[in-house]
Write a protein that binds this ligand. Sequence first.
Ligand code: AHM
Ligand code: MG
Length: 333
Amino acid sequence: MKRVSLTQYLVEEQRLHNTIPAELRLLIEVVARACKTISHAVSKGALGEVLGSAGSENVQGEVQKKLDVLSNEMLLEANEWGGHLAAMASEEMETIHPIPNRYPKGEYLLLFDPLDGSSNIDVNVSIGTIFSVLKAPEGMKEPNEEAFLQPGSKQVAAGYAVYGPQTVLVLTTGNGVNCFTLDREMGSWVLTQRDMKVPEETKEFAINASNARHWYPPVKRYIDELLAGKTGPRGRDFNMRWIASMVADVHRILNRGGIFMYPADAREPDKPGKLRLMYEANPMAFLIEQAGGAATNGKQRIMDIQPQKLHERVAVFLGSKNEVERATSYHME
Ligand code: AHM
Ligand code: MG
Protein backbone atom coordinates (compact mmCIF):
# COMPACT_ATOMS: atom_id res chain seq x y z
CA MET A 1 0.00 0.00 0.00
CA LYS A 2 1.33 3.44 -0.91
CA ARG A 3 1.76 5.54 2.23
CA VAL A 4 0.50 9.10 2.17
CA SER A 5 2.09 11.36 4.78
CA LEU A 6 0.35 14.30 6.45
CA THR A 7 2.53 16.70 4.45
CA GLN A 8 1.70 15.02 1.15
CA TYR A 9 -2.00 15.04 2.01
CA LEU A 10 -1.93 18.76 2.86
CA VAL A 11 0.00 19.70 -0.29
CA GLU A 12 -2.35 17.67 -2.50
CA GLU A 13 -5.44 19.11 -0.79
CA GLN A 14 -4.18 22.60 -1.58
CA ARG A 15 -3.65 21.67 -5.23
CA LEU A 16 -7.10 20.14 -5.52
CA HIS A 17 -9.28 22.44 -3.44
CA ASN A 18 -7.20 25.51 -2.64
CA THR A 19 -8.21 25.33 1.03
CA ILE A 20 -4.78 24.94 2.68
CA PRO A 21 -2.46 27.85 1.88
CA ALA A 22 1.21 27.42 2.87
CA GLU A 23 0.83 29.25 6.21
CA LEU A 24 -2.08 27.08 7.27
CA ARG A 25 -0.20 23.97 6.21
CA LEU A 26 2.76 25.04 8.35
CA LEU A 27 0.41 25.68 11.27
CA ILE A 28 -1.19 22.23 11.01
CA GLU A 29 2.18 20.54 10.66
CA VAL A 30 3.54 22.36 13.70
CA VAL A 31 0.50 21.41 15.78
CA ALA A 32 0.88 17.81 14.59
CA ARG A 33 4.56 17.87 15.58
CA ALA A 34 3.67 19.16 19.05
CA CYS A 35 1.11 16.35 19.36
CA LYS A 36 3.87 13.90 18.53
CA THR A 37 5.95 15.33 21.38
CA ILE A 38 2.98 15.18 23.76
CA SER A 39 2.27 11.60 22.69
CA HIS A 40 5.85 10.70 23.53
CA ALA A 41 5.61 12.26 27.00
CA VAL A 42 2.24 10.60 27.65
CA SER A 43 3.57 7.17 26.69
CA LYS A 44 6.51 7.50 29.13
CA GLY A 45 4.11 7.89 32.06
CA ALA A 46 5.77 7.32 35.42
CA LEU A 47 9.14 6.71 33.69
CA GLY A 48 9.10 10.27 32.41
CA GLU A 49 7.93 11.59 35.80
CA VAL A 50 5.00 13.26 34.07
CA LEU A 51 2.12 11.86 36.14
CA GLY A 52 0.36 13.52 39.06
CA SER A 53 -0.68 17.03 39.95
CA ALA A 54 1.24 20.18 39.01
CA GLY A 55 0.15 21.78 42.27
CA SER A 56 -1.67 24.63 40.51
CA GLU A 57 -5.17 25.51 39.31
CA ASN A 58 -6.29 26.80 35.92
CA VAL A 59 -8.70 29.68 35.28
CA GLN A 60 -11.69 27.34 35.63
CA GLY A 61 -10.57 26.40 39.15
CA GLU A 62 -9.56 22.87 38.09
CA VAL A 63 -6.43 21.27 39.53
CA GLN A 64 -3.80 21.14 36.78
CA LYS A 65 -1.99 17.88 36.17
CA LYS A 66 1.71 17.94 35.26
CA LEU A 67 0.80 16.79 31.75
CA ASP A 68 -1.79 19.59 31.35
CA VAL A 69 0.94 22.13 31.99
CA LEU A 70 3.63 20.32 29.95
CA SER A 71 1.35 19.86 26.93
CA ASN A 72 0.37 23.51 27.05
CA GLU A 73 4.03 24.54 27.05
CA MET A 74 4.83 22.18 24.19
CA LEU A 75 2.08 23.65 22.02
CA LEU A 76 3.07 27.23 22.84
CA GLU A 77 6.76 26.66 22.19
CA ALA A 78 6.20 24.79 18.95
CA ASN A 79 3.89 27.45 17.54
CA GLU A 80 5.53 30.69 18.65
CA TRP A 81 8.32 31.12 16.15
CA GLY A 82 6.88 29.93 12.81
CA GLY A 83 5.43 33.28 11.73
CA HIS A 84 2.03 31.76 10.94
CA LEU A 85 0.14 32.92 14.04
CA ALA A 86 -1.05 36.18 15.53
CA ALA A 87 -1.99 34.72 18.93
CA MET A 88 -2.96 31.58 20.81
CA ALA A 89 -5.45 30.72 23.55
CA SER A 90 -5.72 27.65 25.73
CA GLU A 91 -7.87 25.99 28.36
CA GLU A 92 -4.87 26.24 30.66
CA MET A 93 -4.28 30.01 30.32
CA GLU A 94 -6.55 32.73 31.64
CA THR A 95 -5.81 35.24 28.88
CA ILE A 96 -4.63 34.97 25.30
CA HIS A 97 -0.98 34.43 24.40
CA PRO A 98 0.10 36.95 21.75
CA ILE A 99 3.11 35.99 19.63
CA PRO A 100 6.17 37.66 21.23
CA ASN A 101 7.53 40.64 19.31
CA ARG A 102 10.84 38.92 18.56
CA TYR A 103 9.00 36.66 16.07
CA PRO A 104 7.17 37.51 12.84
CA LYS A 105 3.39 37.39 13.03
CA GLY A 106 0.85 35.71 10.80
CA GLU A 107 -2.88 35.95 10.29
CA TYR A 108 -4.11 32.88 12.18
CA LEU A 109 -5.42 32.36 15.70
CA LEU A 110 -4.93 28.99 17.37
CA LEU A 111 -7.02 27.69 20.28
CA PHE A 112 -6.44 24.43 22.12
CA ASP A 113 -7.27 22.15 24.97
CA PRO A 114 -3.71 20.81 25.35
CA LEU A 115 -4.70 17.67 27.23
CA ASP A 116 -8.33 16.66 27.20
CA GLY A 117 -9.56 14.03 29.64
CA SER A 118 -7.25 15.06 32.46
CA SER A 119 -8.95 12.72 34.95
CA ASN A 120 -7.70 9.80 32.84
CA ILE A 121 -4.00 10.77 32.72
CA ASP A 122 -2.88 8.90 35.80
CA VAL A 123 -4.88 5.75 35.05
CA ASN A 124 -3.56 5.06 31.54
CA VAL A 125 -6.84 5.66 29.71
CA SER A 126 -6.98 7.46 26.33
CA ILE A 127 -6.54 11.24 26.45
CA GLY A 128 -5.95 13.79 23.72
CA THR A 129 -5.38 17.28 22.36
CA ILE A 130 -8.11 19.37 20.70
CA PHE A 131 -7.42 22.40 18.49
CA SER A 132 -9.29 25.02 16.49
CA VAL A 133 -7.96 27.54 13.95
CA LEU A 134 -9.52 30.92 13.18
CA LYS A 135 -8.36 33.89 11.11
CA ALA A 136 -7.53 37.11 12.92
CA PRO A 137 -9.79 39.98 11.84
CA GLU A 138 -8.42 41.61 8.67
CA GLY A 139 -5.32 43.74 9.25
CA MET A 140 -5.16 43.07 13.00
CA LYS A 141 -1.54 42.43 13.94
CA GLU A 142 -1.94 42.64 17.74
CA PRO A 143 -5.11 40.67 18.43
CA ASN A 144 -6.92 40.97 21.74
CA GLU A 145 -9.31 38.48 23.33
CA GLU A 146 -12.20 39.91 21.31
CA ALA A 147 -10.52 38.85 18.07
CA PHE A 148 -11.04 35.23 19.16
CA LEU A 149 -14.77 35.61 19.81
CA GLN A 150 -15.92 34.27 16.45
CA PRO A 151 -18.59 31.62 15.93
CA GLY A 152 -17.40 28.08 15.14
CA SER A 153 -18.61 28.44 11.56
CA LYS A 154 -15.59 30.71 10.99
CA GLN A 155 -13.07 27.95 11.80
CA VAL A 156 -10.66 27.24 8.94
CA ALA A 157 -9.32 24.04 10.47
CA ALA A 158 -9.93 21.85 13.51
CA GLY A 159 -8.75 18.55 14.81
CA TYR A 160 -7.76 16.37 17.70
CA ALA A 161 -5.11 13.83 18.60
CA VAL A 162 -5.93 10.76 20.68
CA TYR A 163 -3.15 9.26 22.78
CA GLY A 164 -4.49 5.74 23.11
CA PRO A 165 -3.40 2.24 22.06
CA GLN A 166 -2.49 4.09 18.86
CA THR A 167 -1.82 7.80 18.51
CA VAL A 168 -4.07 9.25 15.83
CA LEU A 169 -4.68 12.71 14.45
CA VAL A 170 -8.10 13.56 13.04
CA LEU A 171 -8.31 16.67 10.93
CA THR A 172 -10.68 18.83 8.91
CA THR A 173 -10.00 21.93 6.85
CA GLY A 174 -13.62 22.15 5.75
CA ASN A 175 -13.45 19.48 3.10
CA GLY A 176 -14.22 16.21 4.91
CA VAL A 177 -12.47 14.47 7.79
CA ASN A 178 -9.32 12.39 7.59
CA CYS A 179 -7.43 10.33 10.13
CA PHE A 180 -3.65 9.92 10.38
CA THR A 181 -1.87 7.34 12.53
CA LEU A 182 1.49 8.08 14.11
CA ASP A 183 4.18 5.70 12.91
CA ARG A 184 6.39 5.77 15.99
CA GLU A 185 9.39 4.17 14.33
CA MET A 186 9.39 6.57 11.38
CA GLY A 187 8.15 9.51 13.43
CA SER A 188 5.60 10.39 10.76
CA TRP A 189 1.83 10.77 10.46
CA VAL A 190 0.38 8.39 7.88
CA LEU A 191 -3.07 8.79 6.32
CA THR A 192 -5.06 5.76 7.48
CA GLN A 193 -8.72 6.76 7.04
CA ARG A 194 -10.07 8.97 4.29
CA ASP A 195 -13.34 10.85 4.41
CA MET A 196 -14.70 9.55 7.72
CA LYS A 197 -18.50 9.49 8.00
CA VAL A 198 -20.63 9.26 11.13
CA PRO A 199 -23.39 6.68 10.55
CA GLU A 200 -26.81 8.41 10.72
CA GLU A 201 -28.39 5.66 12.79
CA THR A 202 -26.90 4.41 16.02
CA LYS A 203 -27.52 2.17 19.00
CA GLU A 204 -24.94 3.79 21.28
CA PHE A 205 -25.06 6.81 23.54
CA ALA A 206 -22.55 8.52 25.83
CA ILE A 207 -23.47 10.57 28.87
CA ASN A 208 -22.26 10.76 32.47
CA ALA A 209 -25.27 9.06 34.04
CA SER A 210 -24.17 9.93 37.59
CA ASN A 211 -25.69 13.36 36.94
CA ALA A 212 -29.13 11.90 36.08
CA ARG A 213 -30.86 13.34 39.13
CA HIS A 214 -29.86 16.86 38.03
CA TRP A 215 -30.94 16.55 34.37
CA TYR A 216 -33.63 18.81 32.93
CA PRO A 217 -36.83 17.14 31.62
CA PRO A 218 -35.87 16.96 27.88
CA VAL A 219 -32.63 15.11 28.66
CA LYS A 220 -34.36 12.85 31.18
CA ARG A 221 -37.05 11.99 28.65
CA TYR A 222 -34.54 11.29 25.88
CA ILE A 223 -32.38 9.02 28.06
CA ASP A 224 -35.38 7.26 29.65
CA GLU A 225 -36.58 6.35 26.17
CA LEU A 226 -33.16 4.94 25.24
CA LEU A 227 -32.99 2.96 28.47
CA ALA A 228 -36.46 1.50 27.94
CA GLY A 229 -35.00 -0.45 25.01
CA LYS A 230 -36.97 -2.89 22.87
CA THR A 231 -40.26 -2.60 24.73
CA GLY A 232 -40.05 1.22 25.05
CA PRO A 233 -41.04 3.94 22.54
CA ARG A 234 -37.82 3.48 20.53
CA GLY A 235 -38.48 -0.22 19.96
CA ARG A 236 -34.82 -1.29 20.19
CA ASP A 237 -32.02 -1.66 22.72
CA PHE A 238 -29.27 0.93 23.12
CA ASN A 239 -25.81 0.45 24.58
CA MET A 240 -23.91 2.98 26.69
CA ARG A 241 -20.23 4.06 26.68
CA TRP A 242 -18.58 6.85 28.70
CA ILE A 243 -14.81 7.24 28.62
CA ALA A 244 -14.67 10.67 30.31
CA SER A 245 -12.26 11.83 27.60
CA MET A 246 -14.25 13.70 24.98
CA VAL A 247 -11.56 13.01 22.37
CA ALA A 248 -11.93 9.26 22.83
CA ASP A 249 -15.74 9.35 22.91
CA VAL A 250 -15.86 11.50 19.77
CA HIS A 251 -13.32 9.26 18.03
CA ARG A 252 -15.54 6.23 18.66
CA ILE A 253 -18.56 8.13 17.34
CA LEU A 254 -16.70 9.23 14.19
CA ASN A 255 -15.89 5.59 13.56
CA ARG A 256 -19.08 3.73 14.39
CA GLY A 257 -21.73 6.32 15.25
CA GLY A 258 -23.41 7.31 18.50
CA ILE A 259 -24.50 10.40 20.38
CA PHE A 260 -22.35 12.24 22.93
CA MET A 261 -24.04 14.46 25.50
CA TYR A 262 -22.81 16.81 28.17
CA PRO A 263 -25.98 18.76 28.93
CA ALA A 264 -26.54 21.72 31.20
CA ASP A 265 -28.23 20.58 34.40
CA ALA A 266 -29.82 21.88 37.59
CA ARG A 267 -26.68 21.68 39.74
CA GLU A 268 -25.59 25.16 38.73
CA PRO A 269 -28.47 26.69 36.75
CA ASP A 270 -26.30 29.60 35.58
CA LYS A 271 -23.71 27.28 34.06
CA PRO A 272 -24.53 26.10 30.52
CA GLY A 273 -22.80 22.72 30.83
CA LYS A 274 -19.21 21.70 31.55
CA LEU A 275 -17.42 21.74 28.22
CA ARG A 276 -15.87 24.84 26.74
CA LEU A 277 -17.26 26.30 23.53
CA MET A 278 -14.17 27.65 21.83
CA TYR A 279 -11.60 24.88 22.15
CA GLU A 280 -13.71 21.78 22.86
CA ALA A 281 -17.23 22.05 21.42
CA ASN A 282 -16.51 24.12 18.29
CA PRO A 283 -13.67 22.01 16.89
CA MET A 284 -15.55 18.78 17.64
CA ALA A 285 -18.73 20.22 16.08
CA PHE A 286 -16.78 21.18 12.93
CA LEU A 287 -15.35 17.65 12.62
CA ILE A 288 -18.68 15.94 13.31
CA GLU A 289 -20.57 18.12 10.79
CA GLN A 290 -17.86 17.58 8.19
CA ALA A 291 -18.40 13.85 8.72
CA GLY A 292 -22.14 14.19 8.14
CA GLY A 293 -23.22 14.32 11.80
CA ALA A 294 -24.79 17.13 13.82
CA ALA A 295 -23.86 19.18 16.90
CA THR A 296 -26.19 21.37 18.96
CA ASN A 297 -26.45 22.80 22.45
CA GLY A 298 -29.99 21.39 22.63
CA LYS A 299 -31.46 24.48 21.05
CA GLN A 300 -29.20 25.68 18.27
CA ARG A 301 -26.29 24.58 16.12
CA ILE A 302 -23.11 24.88 18.21
CA MET A 303 -21.16 26.51 15.36
CA ASP A 304 -23.75 29.33 15.13
CA ILE A 305 -23.23 30.46 18.73
CA GLN A 306 -21.62 33.89 19.02
CA PRO A 307 -19.11 33.49 21.88
CA GLN A 308 -19.20 36.12 24.62
CA LYS A 309 -16.01 35.07 26.38
CA LEU A 310 -12.94 32.96 25.75
CA HIS A 311 -13.64 30.29 28.36
CA GLU A 312 -17.41 30.17 27.82
CA ARG A 313 -19.12 26.86 28.54
CA VAL A 314 -21.79 25.19 26.45
CA ALA A 315 -24.14 22.21 26.55
CA VAL A 316 -23.17 19.61 23.95
CA PHE A 317 -25.21 17.07 21.94
CA LEU A 318 -23.22 15.71 19.03
CA GLY A 319 -22.89 12.70 16.78
CA SER A 320 -25.26 10.71 14.60
CA LYS A 321 -27.66 13.12 12.95
CA ASN A 322 -30.96 11.41 13.68
CA GLU A 323 -30.27 11.10 17.42
CA VAL A 324 -28.94 14.65 17.80
CA GLU A 325 -31.99 15.98 15.97
CA ARG A 326 -34.32 13.97 18.21
CA ALA A 327 -32.62 15.08 21.46
CA THR A 328 -32.70 18.68 20.20
CA SER A 329 -36.37 18.46 19.24
CA TYR A 330 -37.26 17.42 22.82
CA HIS A 331 -35.76 20.71 24.00
CA MET A 332 -37.98 22.62 21.57
CA GLU A 333 -41.27 21.08 22.70
P1 AHM B 1 -10.83 18.46 30.81
O1 AHM B 1 -10.64 19.30 29.57
O2 AHM B 1 -10.51 19.21 32.06
O3 AHM B 1 -10.17 17.15 30.72
O4 AHM B 1 -12.43 18.21 30.93
C1 AHM B 1 -13.19 17.78 29.84
C2 AHM B 1 -13.59 16.34 30.00
C3 AHM B 1 -14.10 15.74 28.72
O5 AHM B 1 -13.03 15.17 28.00
C4 AHM B 1 -15.05 14.68 29.21
O6 AHM B 1 -16.05 14.38 28.27
C5 AHM B 1 -15.62 15.29 30.46
O7 AHM B 1 -14.68 16.25 30.89
C6 AHM B 1 -15.85 14.26 31.53
O8 AHM B 1 -16.47 14.87 32.60
P2 AHM B 1 -16.99 14.05 33.87
O9 AHM B 1 -15.79 13.81 34.72
O10 AHM B 1 -17.98 14.96 34.50
O11 AHM B 1 -17.60 12.77 33.38
MG1 MG C 1 -10.98 19.27 27.83
